[in-house]
Design a binder for this molecule. Structure first.
Ligand code: UD1
Length: 428
């Protein structure tokens, strides 16, 4: 069992480079199935969600070779539409992209229902609606989703009842090789939707409008291989910017796309933090004095739900009472109980949290209940006085490349320790 131990209260100074975007990487890696060729994917983050995606592909006959730490050659020429091992699929929400990719390539797919972070109910009705509209029969049975379009997929107009990143990408994957034109209305605008479309277009797909409400996909017969670099991870970047604001000091976060972070930087400025924006970097300068703010998470370009927990920590350190409203997931505030162990004063009522500024947090033993909740515990531990111990850190390892090393390099007192499992067995 691994734990993270932090001695908090040190300002972060220096530079942190951002890695490739997890949410784009998992989609693009699984999208390579659509090509009967070799793809070279660059700027792949070294995180467990990417390792699992590659393992899933390997189990289906895909050949994978790492060229360097962040570049992999993925050869899907001989991929088989076999059922991927459930112990891999269940570890990752994004494994549902296998359905769209396999449907596009083989016109049929059988995939175990996906796992991932627990934010309450995570329906896939919009994915299914899209596959059915394209002419696929879909059944969900015995823990598997089965899609069958052996008579072919035919382009059509699909209106998404909710704005869903996953459903938009999944339908796009299935539609790239359908006959005719597919139009997705009320599509998600997130940068990873655009990145996935750009990758598919680099492979010969014909997709326009990604990043807007309406995406048009003209089906093509075949996709070829391509070399493609994944965009920087806006959520990782946002996490470090918030950490800089929480701890004070001068932190330059590099290799990012400032536009993707507009909703966060606007709020940080409102809270009294100084920001210097460059083409591919943002420097955060904070003296630790923070104003209160009201924030509502929404689909892009709104404030990202995946920065809700980290921002919840920052609001605890501000002066006055803030309102944090969750507009995407019904159960995003699970982290609040952990934060209260560090002295936070937060009242949650449904999707709204009233956060009373407490000035300072104090170190405690806490758990990383999901990926972003875990990142929030790190931000809290860095800002808190005393020692914080974080358990269940496998969640954090799903999405943050080299987080310990990156934070150590800017002055954090943070380390990971491995505790033999049998210590816990003896204690029980
Ligand atoms: C993706 C991100 C996740 C992020 C979320 C919202 C990946 C791998 N994960 O998750 O980190 O928190 O976007 O930005 O990219 N919904 C339905 N029916 C559906 C699908 C979704 O009602 O068929 C609802 C969900 O319950 C949720 C909302 O739509 O309330 C948004 O979900 P969605 O955008 O699909 O999230 P994911 O793609 O799973």
């Amino acid at each position: 069992m691994e734990k993270i131990i932090i001695s908090g209260g040190r300002p972060l100074n220096g530079e942190i480079p951002v890695s490739g975007f997890k949410n784009a990487a998992v989609a693009i890696v699984l999208a390579t199935i659509l090509t009967e060729d070799k793809c070279i994917i660059e700027n792949l983050p070294q995180i467990s969600d990417v390792t699992i995606s590659l393992e899933i592909l390997r189990s289906m006959g895909v050949r994978i070779k790492y060229i360097n730490k962040t570049t992999a050659e993925i050869d899907s020429t001989f991929v088989k539409p076999d059922l991927a091992p459930y112990e891999l699929v269940r570890k990752m929400r994004a494994s549902y992209y296998l359905v769209g990719s396999l449907l596009g390539r083989f016109k049929k797919a059988v995939v175990g229902l996906p796992g991932g972070c627990d934010f309450g109910v995570r329906p896939i009705d919009q994915h299914i609606k899209g596959f059915e509209a394209l002419g696929s029969k879909v059944t969900v049975e015995s823990g598997c989703i089965e899609a069958d379009a052996t008579k072919g997929l035919v382009g059509t107009n699909i209106y998404m009842d909710v704005v869903s990143v996953g459903a938009t990408i999944n339908v796009m994957l299935a539609a790239v090789k359908a006959d005719g034109v597919t139009v997705i209305e009320n599509a998600a605008h997130e940068p990873h939707v655009v990145d996935t479309a750009n990758f598919l277009n680099a492979c010969g797909a014909d997709i326009s409008g990604a990043g807007t409400d309406t995406i048009k996909i003209r089906g093509v017969k075949n996709l070829h291989g391509a070399t493609y670099a994944i965009i920087p991870d806006m959520i990782e970047a946002g996490t470090y910017l918030i950490a800089g604001a929480a701890t004070g000091g001068k932190l330059r976060v590099t290799n990012l796309i400032p536009k993707h972070l507009d909703s966060l930087t606007a709020k940080l400025e409102e809270m009294g933090v100084t920001l210097i924006e460059e083409d591919e970097a943002i420097t955060v300068i904070s003296d630790g004095k923070l104003n209160r703010a009201n924030i509502k998470t929404q689909p892009y370009p709104g404030f990202p739900t995946d920065l809700n927990p980290q921002m919840g920590v920052l609001l605890c350190l501000a002066q006055g009472t803030s309102i944090l409203t969750e507009g995407v997931w019904e159960n995003r505030f699970r982290y609040v109980e952990e934060l209260k162990r560090m002295g936070a004063k937060i009242k949650v009522d449904g999707r709204t949290a009233v956060v009373e500024g407490v000035g300072a947090l104090s170190g405690a033993g806490v758990r990383a209940l999901d990926l972003r909740a875990g990142a929030a515990m790190i931000v809290a531990g860095l800002a808190a006085t005393g020692r914080t111990t974080i358990e269940e850190i496998f969640h954090i390892q799903r999405g943050y490349e080299d987080i310990i090393e990156k934070l150590q390099a800017v002055g954090a007192d943070i380390r990971m320790v491995t505790i033999p499992d049998n210590i816990y067995e003896k204690a029980n």
